[in-house]
Design a binder for this molecule. Structure first.
Ligand code: NAD
Length: 356
């Protein structure tokens, strides 16, 4: 198979982990007889520094022209601590999602058995947890009108959803449930928000097309609690942009660390695959970032955009073997991990590479 992959490392540890993601894709191509050609493009803070624009047109064009994008992260403390900055790295991310029509963000949350001890949740609660989140990605409060009034003393962000936007993400979630355990939990705040009432109405209607799928509606505050109390009760979870953003970070603790979670953003055109973590400036340049989320992102890329399931499984099995051999990065090590088994980014990448 011949495919064009665009590498967009972005900022901070995005650079470090995406370099490893590219290496494993290379190895897969070599082992399975594919030809992957790569190009690279700028986004986020590095793009602002180079061009003044967090998503240069050239990057967008390259994204549209490629078969899939392996993405790192965006963000820089300079902007996090300056609410007045007019140009911000995250604008690049939001614009990319909108321009590429990436309305569905898939976040599989599954714990590798070897990491049962790495989570702050008790192993007996966690064992068997396997959740697939569908976070809506191009609507909600992130994209509505925002601004200040009353001389800047009052701020507002408008949340908006259309029937069509809810329908298309709901269908994706119900379709996925049919390939898993036939359960969908739709998360909203329909007791308070009008957008949530529309959300629930639409999901209830779509559910009629899937009589074989069990559907449950839950308020987001209850879901936040249930994810920690009883994570195995969930199969597919579908929710709006803001709720999904928060709940999936919470759910990352089920998988042991932010450094273990990948996501796929899909929609009308090129799919974008990225770890759920950010640019993590607290550890940037130290060589300690966990590259496994980027490798898992590459696995999702192979399966979803290219239909290469065996190749995707080869990556997941290699990670499993590395963890079984006892290797850990710092974020997934626990009190029982010997210090010589705690690896940096590059060394962890090499352990995975050698087991593909
Ligand atoms: P973060 O995900 O970057 O980091 C949160 C914590 O998890 C940090 O302590 C970090 O060290 C740790 N962590 C994250 N990824 C890790 C990895 N691979 N290995 C080991 N430890 C890891 O979130 P934050 O600190 O809230 O935000 C930092 C910057 O990232 C901000 O500028 C924010 O806007 C941006 N951000 C970007 C994205 C994205 O690009 N999709 C997502 C979230 C945050």
């Amino acid at each position: 198979m011949n495919k064009k992959i665009l590498i967009v490392p972005g900022d901070g540890i995005g650079q470090e982990v995406t370099a490893v993601g590219k290496l494993v894709l290379d190895k897969i191509a070599e082992k399975f007889g594919h030809t992957f050609t790569y190009d690279e493009a700028l986004i986020g803070h590095v793009a602002i520094e180079a061009t003044g624009n967090p998503l240069p047109d050239e990057t967008l064009e390259k994204m549209r022209a490629s078969d899939a994008v392996l993405f790192g992260a965006v963000g820089h403390p300079k902007y996090d601590n300056d609410p007045t900055a007019k140009v911000r790295p995250e604008q690049g991310l939001l614009k990319m999602r909108k321009e590429l029509g990436l309305y569905a963000n898939l976040r599989p949350i599954k714990l590798f058995d070897e990491l049962l001890g790495a989570s702050s949740i008790k192993p007996e609660i966690l064992k068997g947890a396997d959740i697939l989140f569908f976070r809506e990605l191009t609507g909600d409060i992130y994209f509505g009108e925002k601004g200040r009034k009353n001389d800047g003393d009052t701020a507002y962000d408008v949340a908006e959803y259309s029937r069509f936007e809810v329908e298309r993400i709901a269908r994706k979630a119900f379709d996925a449930a049919r390939t898993r355990r036939n359960k969908v939990c739709s998360v909203d705040k329909a007791n308070v928000l009008e957008t949530s009432r529309l959300w629930r109405e639409v999901v209830q209607k779509i559910a009629l097309e899937y009589p074989d799928v069990e559907v449950e509606h839950q308020f987001v505050d209850a879901t936040a609690m249930m994810l920690i109390k009883d994570p195995t009760r969930f199969d597919v979870v579908v929710t709006a942009n803001l709720f999904g953003d928060i709940l999936t970070d919470e759910a990352s603790q089920i998988a042991g660390s932010m450094g273990m979670l990948a996501s796929a953003s899909i929609g009308d055109g090129t799919g974008v695959y990225e770890p759920i973590h950010g640019s993590a400036h607290d550890i940037t340049g130290k060589g300690v970032a966990n590259p496994l989320a980027s490798i898992l992102s590459a696995a999702l890329l192979l399966e979803i955009s290219f239909g290469l399931k065996a190749e995707s499984d080869a990556l997941i099995n290699a990670i499993d073997a590395v963890l079984k051999a006892g290797f850990r990065t710092r974020d997934i090590a626990d009190a029982t991990t010997a210090s010589n088994m705690i690896l940096g980014t590059e060394a962890m990448g090499n352990e995975v590479l050698s087991r593909i």
